[in-house]
Design a protein around this ligand. Structure first.
Ligand code: GDP
Length: 368
């Protein structure tokens, strides 16, 4: 059979998998000038759809990017800092400039000083070995900070192209859709084309006369909760609006379950308050530490759900982190929660194996 290609992006047309490049409903495949669903949505609705990529395509993308000049716009989820890092990031960057974009700022309570967030972000970027020429805080969803971002992008890119990169779920598509909306206004159709041999899409967003924006495929990294939760269930753990904290006064010897994906054991210390910042769609349960194992086995896909998980990770396949909380701190559980804890506690945290947990000075109070 002849292979038909999308006239928009050049992907081979197929009707089997909607998440893969070139998908078109079977009814449309024989039509003349057929375009894939993704190009269709882009063309008619100015909307970018996410696609899954395999690691081979991803590597091809890394190499293509390495060899190209341009500005890298690195999107980071403020709620999932650690899960936002791409292991081979420095390979992509080479000697290109990086503009760090901290997205989803609307999730943090208004009381959290934005400068403090930028300051922390810079610190964490440098810990991860990333040098950014500038850092901007935005909310792609709420259209906050987008104008400033566009200005900085134009200034830094000059006449070079812009590559938007990020792991899955950081809000890359939402951001690109906003950029399309903000920079094209009423202007005509946006088109995509592929960089040969890769899944790199060129989306012609007219930033400047010679500048285009490239959408790059997002990958799921092991340190993201998204790795353990079915794609359809991400909606439970990903907060959608300003996070309200839930406070728990705990004594040593008690455990907090944050849905079925994390448990925080309070090992030693005076009575302390644990404030959990997480999606309001998940359940948080307090138990006695000595009953925690049994409780989890019994309730992981019951009381502690949603989401439903494939296996009881916290008893079968987990990582454990021990921390001594010396100053008022936030426990950051990648993509699931912040837990702020006052100084003077020893805690132990379990998460599915591979997920990152870090303890940092709190961002919820204090100066910059
Ligand atoms: P991608 O996988 O990086 O392309 O991420 P998406 O654009 O698909 O967004 C992932 C999830 O984060 C979706 O549920 C979005 O609605 C949400 N999201 C994206 N940007 C923001 C933002 O600025 N604020 C909030 N609260 N949610 C966002």
């Amino acid at each position: 059979m002849e292979t038909l290609k999308c006239i928009g992006c050049g992907a081979v047309l197929q009707s089997e998998d909607e998440q893969k490049p070139g998908f078109i409903p079977a009814s449309g495949i024989d039509k003349e000038d057929a375009i894939c669903k993704r190009c269709y949505r882009l063309k008619h609705y100015n909307e970018v759809m996410d696609l899954d990529v395999n690691s081979g395509d991803f590597l091809a993308m890394l190499n293509a990017l390495y060899e190209t000049d341009g500005l890298i716009v690195k999107v980071i989820d403020v709620f999932d800092f650690n899960g936002s890092f791409i292991p081979s990031f420095n390979r992509i960057v080479g000697d290109k400039n990086v503009l760090a974009v901290i997205n989803k700022i609307d999730l943090l309570p208004k009381s959290v000083n934005r400068n403090r967030v930028v300051h922390r972000a810079k610190h964490m970027l440098s810990e991860a070995g990333i040098t950014a020429v500038d850092t901007v805080v935005i909310s792609a969803k709420k259209n906050e900070g987008i104008d400033k971002l566009v200005d900085k992008m134009s200034a830094l890119a000059g006449d070079l192209d812009v590559y938007v990169v990020g792991t899955t779920n950081v809000g890359k598509s939402t951001l690109i859709n906003k950029l399309i909306e903000n920079t094209t206004g009423d202007k005509e159709v946006i088109t995509t084309s592929k960089v040969p041999g890769t899944t790199l899409d060129l989306i012609d967003i007219p930033l400047g006369p010679d500048t285009s924006i490239y959408d790059t495929p997002g990958i799921v990294v092991d340190s993201q909760m998204a790795h353990y939760v079915h794609k359809d269930s991400l909606k439970y753990i990903t907060p959608v609006k300003e996070i309200k904290s839930k406070g728990f006064q705990l004594n040593a010897g008690q455990t907090l379950f944050i849905s079925n994906l994390a448990r925080v054991d309070f090992i030693e210390g005076e009575r302390n308050s644990f404030n959990v910042y997480a999606s309001d769609k998940i359940n948080i349960h307090r138990t006695k530490l000595e009953n925690a194992d049994v409780f989890y086995e019994k309730h992981y896909n019951g009381l502690l759900a949603p989401p439903e998980i494939e296996q009881p990770y916290l008893s079968t396949d987990y990582s454990e982190f021990d921390f001594t909380v010396d100053t008022d701190s936030d426990l950051s559980i990648s993509g699931l929660a912040f837990v702020s804890i006052n100084a003077g506690a020893k805690i132990s945290v379990r998460v599915p194996k591979g997920v990152d947990v870090v303890l940092r000075p709190t961002i919820f109070k204090g100066g910059v």
